[in-house]
Ligand binder design. Sequence first.
Ligand code: ZN
Length: 98
Amino acid sequence: MYNEKEAIEAGVPILPAYEDKNGEYVVFCTFCGQWHHHSRGDGTRVPHCESKRKLHYPQGQYYLKSTGQSVTEDMLNVKKYRKMLKEANETQIEEPKL
Ligand SMILES: [Zn+2]
């Protein structure tokens, strides 16, 4: 178990956690590209796509950090969510306006 600072130092990825309708966390796993459900509360978790996790996550874990936002039906649709991520990335790399 790490706190956020230790997780960063250990190279454990910090992933944004959203809340489902029960207030539990949902996280979009950057390894397997699927949503995983976890109990609520910021901290380290072991991804549910366990068989290959050790190859991809340092210490076999990721760190969930609450966004305070609820997940939407659109986001849970993996195909739509990937498109949203792609569009968000394109926005971020836009040239700064002078
Ligand atoms: Zn996964």
